[in-house]
Design a binder for this molecule. Structure first.
Ligand code: MEV
Length: 419
């Protein structure tokens, strides 16, 4: 029998004891696990040991729909939050981010296989639409009470014998995963009873019916700051960078990763599912048949114009949102946004992040802005005490390009010797 059998049935402290023995963990490592554990984590995941912390920092005055918002961001990557703040300040010099959402529906799929005549089945299913929607809604009466529920179906022929019955559901304030899966399983069993070979029923993370559109306009002169280039030169370079993202997949993936630096940090801080948003955004980046940058920048007269539309299905209730105190705190800082407002804050953060990255890349390069934070994390990494950190960071920054842990260690040793 494996030494791990029944691991999940042990109490958290028994689990920690066992792992401590097997991995020869030190007393301070054991203490660390103990100090970073809580009953919420144990309720959230299986085989729970302790909670892994992610720093939360603040994005200040993000301008969205003519208001300014505080947005907590949870990320471990140095300079993401600094860059987002820089981007937000640039956005605020123009219109800020203006958003619109035509609909907010979650998509779910019932996958039916081994059909003799897919076209005939498509017709039959579309004729049964009202009944199928009713079956779905009967499975989730609480969602109907809240004003949501299944709204329509679409049938997609996948090949000569297979089709996808897509159910489109208004999940109201939730992200909708549980409700939609429950509804889909009810529809699947209804169809199985009619003799269909239903392979599976599951929500789709491709939230194509929950697109948030956003636009921003910034006077080109606002881009100048400390650069030798003129505002229109910087804007032209940003437009050129955006054009490359439409041509080079390598570049587009990196740009989108940068946009997601901001987006994922807000999604995580708001208690939503980062993998859901990440998967949807990368898939949507290919919706034209080719993977492209998600945010486009153009110039109109003397304005830099940013435009995007992103599939963003996030919730203000459900999942860990109601149970994790840090999420509740973050939501209070954001002024308790509803699901639509949260998507607006997320898309605006993504635009701020992308703008700051592109401005840095086409002017000073990305390393300059990274340096002070990189120096700070090197100082902590090599064991500088709090009072030693500022002088070490200053000394490291003077090293410009050649900053690394070995150098930081050596400089710290010298600093201590010269005391
Ligand atoms: C780094 O995490 C993000 C960037 O690479 C984004 C970009 O290249 O646009 C700077």
């Amino acid at each position: 029998m494996s030494k791990w059998s029944g691991f999940y049935q042990h109490s958290v402290s028994e689990r920690r004891n066992l792992i401590s023995q097997v991995c020869h963990l030190t007393v301070s490592e054991q203490k660390f696990m103990q100090q970073n554990a809580d009953s919420i984590g144990d309720a959230q995941v299986e085989n729970y040991l302790y909670s892994f912390q992610v720093p939360v920092g603040l994005l200040l005055d993000l301008p969205v729909n003519h208001e300014k918002y505080l947005v907590p961001m949870a990320t471990e990557e140095p300079s993401v939050i600094a860059a987002a703040n820089h981007g937000a300040r640039l956005l605020a010099k123009g219109t800020g981010v203006i958003t619109a959402q035509a609909e907010r529906l979650m998509t779910g799929q019932v996958l039916i296989q081994n059909l003799g005549d897919v076209d005939a089945t498509e017709k039959i299913l579309m004729q049964q639409a009202t009944q199928l929607i009713a079956v779905a809604n009967q499975a989730k009466p609480s969602l109907i009470q809240r004003g949501g529920g299944a709204q329509r179906i679409e049938v997609k022929v996948l090949d000569a014998t297979t089709l996808s019955l897509d159910l489109l559901v208004d999940p109201k304030e939730a992200m909708g995963a549980n409700s939609v899966n429950t509804m889909l399983e009810a529809v699947a069993s209804f169809l199985r009873n009619q003799g269909y070979d239903v392979l599976m029923a599951i929500l789709s993370n491709y939230s194509i019916h929950a697109l948030t559109h956003a636009q921003t306009r910034i006077p080109v002169d606002a881009l100048v700051e400390h650069s030798d280039l003129s505002g229109s030169q910087i804007a032209e370079q940003i437009v050129a960078a955006s054009r490359i993202e439409q041509l080079s997949v390598e570049r587009a993936v990196t740009a989108n990763k940068g946009t997601l630096n901001g987006i994922e940090a807000v999604v995580l801080a708001s208690g939503n599912d980062t993998r859901n948003v990440n998967a949807a955004l990368h898939a949507y980046a290919s919706h034209t048949g080719r993977y492209r940058g998600l945010i486009r920048w153009t110039m109109e007269d003397d304005e830099l114009v940013g435009t995007t539309e992103l599939p963003l299905l996030v919730g203000s209730v459900g999942g860990s949102i109601g149970i994790v105190p840090a999420v509740q705190l973050n939501r209070r800082i954001m002024n308790e946004p509803d699901a639509k407002m949260l998507a607006d804050l997320i898309i605006a953060t993504g635009m701020a992040q992308n703008l700051a990255a592109l401005r840095a890349l086409v002017t000073d390069g990305i390393q300059q802005g990274h340096m002070s934070l990189q120096a700070k994390s090197l100082a902590v990494q090599v064991g500088a005490r709090p009072e030693e950190q500022t002088p070490l960071v200053e000394a490291l920054q003077q090293q410009a390009q050649s900053m690394d842990a070995a150098k930081a260690k050596m400089m710290l040793r010298k600093m201590r010797e010269n005391k």
